[in-house]
Design a protein around this ligand. Structure first.
Ligand SMILES: Nc1nc2c(ncn2[C@@H]2O[C@H](COP(=O)(O)OP(=O)(O)OP(=O)(O)O)[C@@H](O)[C@H]2O)c(=O)[nH]1
Ligand SMILES: [Mg+2]
Length: 517
């Protein structure tokens, strides 16, 4: 039964943001008292957290589909929608996160790193938040944007102090079983070990971890055998222990040539930037299977040669346990030396990261030749998000989008790229959102002077000059004075009615509001 799962693809779907709300405040005697639509809540994000208590990716292997909740829609009376709660997924320390194309997103190599793998969508602004002095009562709100949806790849790279490397059947699994409590599968056929086994070894005061990994053969660095699979794990280890088989009966094999081939493979493996190349790490040699008489003899023949190359060499037997104590203490020494060096290094602080489209520029316009003429494709985080926020059944919302695009310079760039009236403009990748480019979108200069989003119920969209406004105001005041005088005379005559009184009061309130603008 495979219990060590070291590679899992997760299918994530983060919650979308809630839509903003369009609402107009209504009060007694003041039916249109301004916009009060609240913002939508943000969608929940899916966050990976590296955790020492989690040792395998097994839990994710069993539940690879994860989603977080949507944000709630905004409501009237300035009430914001609720935010969708974030979901946290614990992953073992040593998990490398990659995107669906295999590009590394983050290496969660220490505990406590929080990585927002799938950001939730943004809540849309309500019409209250969209109101400006020029656009007093927007008749539209922004839609919430969808949450991130897609696959990520989790890869667990074993983080052990010592990696056992050697040919298949050299006795690596037997050795880890002999020096730790690990119970790996041991058999006399090659590639018994398919997944790394971790063992904890106690030598005196020192406790360290040893990784038994799949066997290495010539060509492994090009992926032969279980090659790269294996080297991926070695990458994280501080030191290497070469396990050489002194009792192999295979022709052409002996400890020295085995070692040379393995060194060649380790040298060819490109470690990630910032890490020590494999062969520059401390290395020890264990000559295994000395319980076999021929093995002991062979070990004594090659020892001098290996020591001459600068290695510390240990004769061991995983079966009779001979030489294991000395080997353990030598490994502990290496580990201690490394830990002492690391303790001096400053601990790098880890911050929450978020994958972001890295756009140096806000957007790009790409001209794509098609059979039906040129297509102008606009790509960029902002324009694409803005399109997602637009309710295309609302003219005001479309106008607002056009203003935003114009302000960003999209219009101008389209024009420079050669777009003309009627050209096909697509915003976003794939099918995106397709527009027929119309001069209304281009002649933004005119549009800016006549602000969009002015609500005719509250404000006259054909704005008057201040002189004209003054004139009409005075006219109304005169009319009111006349009406008041008439009412007064009716009152004295005893024929006034209450409805006229209310209408008059309401009118003067509206006039007061209008004169405040
Ligand atoms: N006589 C003797 N046999 C051993 C010794 N160590 C391992 N073996 C035998 O060698 C064979 C292979 O051992 P494993 O521990 O599975 O070898 P491995 O290096 O893990 O092999 P892979 O997982 O295939 O890479 C088994 O039959 C073991 O019993 C030893 O010290 N003495
Ligand atoms: Mg093995």
């Amino acid at each position: 039964m495979a219990t060590f799962v070291d590679q899992v693809t997760l299918h994530l779907r983060a919650g979308g943001g809630g839509d903003g709300c369009v609402s107009v405040k209504r009060e007694k005697f003041k039916p249109l008292a301004g916009p009060d639509g609240g913002n939508g809540g943000n969608g929940g994000s899916i966050i990976l957290v590296s955790d020492l208590g989690t040792t395998t990716l097994l839990g994710h292997h069993r539940a690879p589909h994860r989603k977080s909740d949507h944000g709630g829609p905004g409501m009237g009376d300035h009430r914001a929608g609720f935010a969708g709660p974030d979901i946290e997924l614990a992953v073992p320390v040593g998990t490398v996160v990659k995107d669906a194309d295999g590009n590394e997103l983050i290496d969660m190599d220490v505990a406590g790193v929080r990585f927002v793998a799938a950001p939730g969508g943004m809540g849309g602004l309500g019409n209250a938040a969209l109101a400006t002095t020029k656009r007093k009562a927007p008749g539209f709100a922004l839609l919430g944007t969808p949450g991130w949806e897609g696959d990520i790849l989790l890869e667990l790279k074993v983080v052990a102090d010592i990696a056992l490397v050697g040919y298949p059947s050299a006795g690596k699994s037997s050795l880890i079983a002999a020096i730790s409590a690990a119970k790996p599968k041991i058999a006399d056929y090659p590639f018994t070990t398919l997944h790394p086994n971790l063992g904890v070894v106690q030598a005196g005061e020192t406790r360290f971890t040893v990784a038994d990994v799949p066997g290495l053969i010539e060509g492994a660095s090009e992926g032969k055998g279980l090659g790269l699979e294996f080297l991926r794990h070695v990458e994280r280890c501080t030191a290497l222990l070469h396990v050489l088989d002194c009792a192999t009966l295979e022709p052409g094999r002996d400890p020295l040539s085995d070692l040379d081939i393995i060194l060649g493979e380790l040298a060819a493996y490109p470690v990630p930037e910032g890490q020590t190349p494999l062969l520059e790490r401390p290395q020890l040699i264990a000559l295994n299977k000395i319980d076999v008489p021929d093995g002991r003899e062979l070990a004594s023949f090659v020892r001098a040669e290996l020591e001459g190359r600068g290695y510390r060499v240990f004769d061991v037997s995983a079966v009779s346990r001979e030489g294991l104590r000395e080997l353990n203490f030598a490994l502990a020494e290496l580990v201690e030396a490394d830990r002492a060096i690391r303790a001096l290094e400053p601990v790098a602080e880890r911050i929450v990261m978020r994958p972001r489209a890295v756009n140096e520029v806000d957007f790009t316009v790409r001209v794509e030749g098609g059979s039906g003429g040129d297509i102008y494709r606009v790509l960029g985080e902002k324009p694409e998000r803005w399109v997602a926020q637009t309710n295309f059944t609302n003219d005001e919302a479309i106008g607002f989008l056009a203003d935003r695009l114009a302000k960003l310079g999209v219009e101008e760039q389209l024009f420079k790229s050669g777009a003309v009236s009627g050209s096909t403009v697509i915003i976003g990748a794939g099918n995106g959102v397709i527009f027929d480019w119309e001069p209304t979108l281009t002649s933004t200069a005119e549009l800016v002077t006549a602000p969009r989003g002015t609500d005719s119920r509250l404000d006259d969209s054909t704005r008057m000059t201040s002189n004209k406004r003054r004139e009409t105001y005075l006219q109304r005041m005169d009319a009111k004075a006349a009406a008041r005088a008439e009412l007064q005379s009716e009152r004295t005559a005893g024929v006034w009615n209450v409805d006229d009184e209310i209408a008059l009061a309401r009118e003067s309130e509206d006039d007061d509001a209008a004169s405040r603008d």
